[in-house]
Design a protein around this ligand. Structure first.
Ligand code: PRX
Length: 659
């Protein structure tokens, strides 16, 4: 078992037993979308039929007759003989049933600009953008990279790709040029959609300049980007431009027809790639296809968020991560609900920004990450208290384990003890929520994601794949195929098999440790591999290490995650200096800048510790558990087997002295 797994098991043993429980309020139960307590049983009796029923809620241009095809396991196929178009299901379907005038997105820029876009307007804009992409030579089967701020044109661009059968690869705007270039090259994207910039904490984020740099880097790596489509978000801004290659959105999209015939896509055609960090330095292009993914996103948005016609729903994630793909774009739109998109930082211009938005639009469902909740707690109760939050009826959490204190604060201060909380566990690879309360049925426990959704089966097992039994910790696995499951890693099917399907016999290996308690409640305890979770952003230790060793002053680097009261985890780097270089604050600044450039600002080390050597096992493996213990300031176990125990003592002293 890996060091991290042992640690996770320790964490399980140390978990306080949480015995507070909360029943859904009667008023919520009365109107709940899923109200039949037998739903889990019914779905378990025939999961394929259960998912097929959800799939039939979508519009298929050619209805499917097949359910799951697992003959090429672990590469699943769902509804494989059916055809559909994701943009039709998110837009045309609602306009055709008379909902064209319903607002799809209330958008608010960080600078206070406001826009509300109806389903009919969104359909027109998507059609125009799709026509523009065709004019730029994008064809069915191509990949298009998207690097945009949180503006309405981001979902427009994604749906426009879907409309013409091109796969999108959205790259979070916080990633660096280098990270964007790596993703352009890996996916062989010929077109990039971006914006001149966006606003973050009152400052302009120069996305076009970063895109230009990425396009240049991609070219030296053999990938020629032919066109850059650039949305104008800023006023009076001097935007770097390459004639012939670059096109302003308002010009090329603006002059297109407002209709665009959708491509009939096979259920198993690629809908999108989304890159995520694994245990190596190279990010994985997770593949999601059309029919199964959309079914899963549609069904789970409906059952977990209990979406209704009169709801105003707000998932405050960034569309650049999977949460935004499934629960800002595909899930809510396929349910025809009205959503909110906010461009900027939660504390700009003040720490009550999100609550002022809830009050302004009458938000009824709010979905965010524990890291944000912990920040709200720190900022003080007066910020939510200043606003009328009585429109809220359901709250959600995602991205990392939510500590019971944060859960209780959310329940009391935001939900006024009236709103069920859905703690939703899932991953980029699962495509949609897998473990979560159903808000009209589940008795919740603060800190527990409760149980697998209907039609999903999970277990907690040991290395041999044997269930560990209630009350014991082990590996979280998923036991049968589900519609939104990843169909592979782009260009690397072997890595897909090896990472997810080889660790535990016969089951999907999640990479998280978990425990099912005596009452059958699931507790997710964090990663058991070398993946960190910083503010809900997934980051690999090796990715940061390889960025650090690229710096000329660094001979060797070892990176671990350490717990952090706000961000969940933070990055701690142990570095060995090259030759004559000397440790200094200036060098730490340089290393931070280097990691920002290579990956993105969010990956910068929180603490850099200089060491003459990195503690390793006899076989040369970095002793990450020991490094984590040092970083956490924990009592160190027996260090006498180390070649030079004084190294470890000196590091522990450095941590102590830095607090
Ligand atoms: O460790 C789990 C954690 O986030 C990982 C997935 O990260 P990513 O693919 O970036 O997707 C994040 C948004 C779905 C998981 O392996 N995680 C996610 N949700 C939870 C969670 N850990 C505990 N509780 C959750 N609700």
């Amino acid at each position: 078992m890996s060091d991290a797994a042992v640690e996770s098991r320790d964490a399980i043993e140390n978990l306080l037993s949480e015995d507070r429980t909360f029943d859904p309020p009667a008023s919520f139960v009365e109107r709940a979308n899923v109200a039949d307590p037998k739903v889990w049983e019914t779905a378990a009796a025939d999961p394929e039929a259960y998912w097929a029923a959800w799939a039939r809620e979508l519009e298929w241009s050619r209805p499917f007759t097949q359910g799951l095809d697992w003959s090429d396991a672990p590469f699943a196929r769902w509804f494989a003989d059916g055809q559909l178009n994701a943009s039709v299901n998110c837009l045309d379907r609602h306009v055709e049933r008379g909902l064209g005038q319903r607002v799809a997105f209330h958008w608010q820029g960080e600078d206070g600009e406001r826009r509300s876009v109806t389903y009919a307007q969104l359909l027109e804009e998507v059609s125009r953008c799709a026509n523009a992409l065709r004019e730029l030579g994008v064809q069915r089967g191509d990949r298009v990279a998207i690097y945009m701020p949180m503006v309405v044109e981001l979902p427009v661009a994604m749906l426009a790709c879907a409309r013409i059968g091109a796969a999108h690869s959205v790259v979070f705007g916080g990633f660096s040029s280098q990270a964007l270039a790596d993703r352009i090259v890996d996916a062989s994207a010929k077109v990039v959609i971006t914006a001149d910039g966006g606003y973050r904490r009152g400052k302009v984020v120069e996305l076009k300049a970063a895109t230009d740099e990425a396009v240049r880097m991609a070219a030296t790596d053999g990938q020629q980007v032919e066109s850059v489509l650039c949305y104008r978000r800023l006023q009076g801004h001097d935007t770097p431009w390459t004639d012939g290659r670059d096109h302003w959105w308002h010009e090329i999209v603006g002059r297109q027809q407002a209709e665009c015939a959708p491509e009939a896509m096979d259920s198993e055609d690629l809908l999108f790639l989304l890159y995520t960090s694994g245990t190596t330095a190279k990010p994985k292009g997770i593949m999601h296809t059309t029919g199964g993914y959309l079914t899963g996103a549609h069904a789970t948005a409906n059952m977990v968020f209990d979406l209704k016609d009169d709801d105003v729903y707000w998932c405050a994630a960034d569309i650049g991560w999977v949460t935004g793909h499934s629960y800002i774009v595909y899930g809510p739109l396929s349910n025809g609900v009205t959503s909110v998109i906010y461009e900027g930082a939660p504390d700009w211009p003040d720490k009550d920004r999100l609550w002022s938005i809830v009050a302004e639009y009458g938000v009824s469902i709010f979905y965010t990450a524990p890291t944000a909740i912990r920040a709200f707690i720190k900022w003080g109760d007066e910020h939510p208290a200043r606003h009328d939050l009585s429109s809220l009826r359901l709250l959600g959490s995602v991205g990392e384990p939510i500590n019971p204190e944060a859960w209780m604060w959310y329940h009391e201060r935001i939900g006024a003890e009236r709103c069920p909380i859905v703690d939703t566990w899932w991953q980029t690879e699962t495509g949609h929520i897998m473990v979560s309360p159903l808000p009209g049925l589940t008795r919740t426990k603060p800190g527990s994601a409760t149980q697998a959704l209907p039609g999903i089966e999970v277990s907690v097992v040991d290395e041999q794949g044997e269930p560990v039994g209630r009350g014991h910790g082990g590996y979280l696995t998923i036991d049968r195929p589900w519609p939104g499951m990843a169909r592979g890693i782009w260009g690397n099917p072997e890595r897909f098999v090896e990472t997810y399907w080889s660790q535990v016999p016969g089951r999907y290996f999640v990479g998280d440790g978990a425990k099912i308690d005596e009452d059958g409640y699931l507790w997710v305890l964090g990663r058991v591999d070398d993946v960190m979770n910083v503010s809900g952003h997934r980051l690999s230790t090796t990715e940061v290490e390889s960025a650090l060793v690229e710096h000329p002053a660094i001979a060797e680097a070892a990176v671990v995650g350490r717990s952090h009261e706000l961000t969940g985890e933070c990055v701690v780097a142990y570095v060995v200096l090259e030759g004559h270089h000397e440790a200094s604050d200036e060098l730490i600044g340089e290393l931070n800048a280097h990691v920002s450039e290579r990956i993105g600002k969010f990956a910068r080390p929180h603490m850099v510790l200089f060491t003459p050597e990195v503690p390793k096992t006899r076989s040369g493996k970095i002793m990450r558990r020991l490094l984590r213990d040092i970083a956490e300031g924990r009592e160190l176990g027996d260090t006498t087997t180390l070649q030079d125990p004084t190294v470890v003592d000196a590091l522990a002293e450095q941590v102590r002295s830095r607090g």
